[in-house]
Ligand binder design. Structure first.
Ligand SMILES: N[C@@H](CCC(=O)N[C@@H](CS)C(=O)NCC(=O)O)C(=O)O
Length: 225
């Protein structure tokens, strides 16, 4: 299998797809493309609208089979290795995990726009009411998942699951933009950040030399105006 991903520092959907492959335990090769680079832009033009991913990453190739979109990639992996590796077993926990993942996939545009994933970045941004509402909503969901279903470990549903995969880029954003969170969320974020796969991704992101100015937002912490 081959997973095509974008810049590790910036591409939050790629991080989700990559973590899903890691969680599957399946062997895969990865190819990182600079999504702001001339090569990628030329490739996109060449592929045009005919390519099923419409020029977005991540894309998974499994032989002749192509799967694009992070959530479809996760579900494709779950089909291959079994649902229980990704989703909690009890119906009530799994129902909530699925809803949280779907909500992450479809929502929080104000937060995603104001605070783009930038793993290396440490900046302050002004948070408007819509962004604050997204943060409150996410913290509420994290609190509920941890309180109701998190007894078996430090992650949202105890052990590392699809929900953590989908919220991992939010952890990165909260750290990058110094979003103040309650203690339970700090502990959860630390567990995600210290996860081996997350550390591998962070290390690779830190080693990348590409920068994409549109995602370098806010006032860098420690820099004078
Ligand atoms: N819904 C898609 C979103 C994919 C997406 O927007 N990917 C961004 C990178 S994070 C991308 O490919 N941007 C490059 C471009 O549009 O040229 C998913 O879940 O995979």
């Amino acid at each position: 299998m081959k997973l095509i991903i974008g810049n590790k520092n910036y591409s939050s959907w790629s991080l989700r797809g990559w973590l899903a492959l890691k969680q599957s335990g399946l062997h895969f090769e990865e190819l990182t493309v600079h999504i702001d680079g001339d090569d990628w832009q030329a490739k996109k033009q060449e592929l045009g609208d005919f390519h099923p991913s419409a020029g977005k990453v991540p894309v998974l190739w499994d032989g002749e089979t192509v799967v694009w979109d992070s959530l479809a990639i996760l579900e494709y992996c779950a089909d291959r290795v079994g649902r229980d590796r990704f989703w909690p077993k009890p119906d009530d926990a799994r129902g909530m995990a699925r809803a949280m993942v779907a909500e992450m996939h479809s929502s929080y545009l104000p937060l995603r726009r104001a605070c783009p994933m930038n793993i290396r970045g440490r900046a302050n941004v002004k948070l408007d009411d819509a962004v604050k509402a997204d943060i409150v909503r996410i913290l509420g969901l994290w609190a509920e998942a941890r309180a109701r279903f998190g007894k078996g470990g430090p992650f949202l549903f105890g052990t590392f699951s699809a929900a953590d995969i989908f919220y991992a880029p939010i952890v990165s954003r909260f750290l990058s933009y110094g979003i103040g969170v309650p203690g339970f969320a700090e502990a959860y974020m630390q567990a995600v950040w210290e996860h081996d796969w997350m550390q591998q991704w962070v290390e690779a992101a830190s080693a990348e030399e590409w920068t994409i100015s549109q995602f370098e937002v806010g006032k860098e912490v420690g820099k004078k105006a």
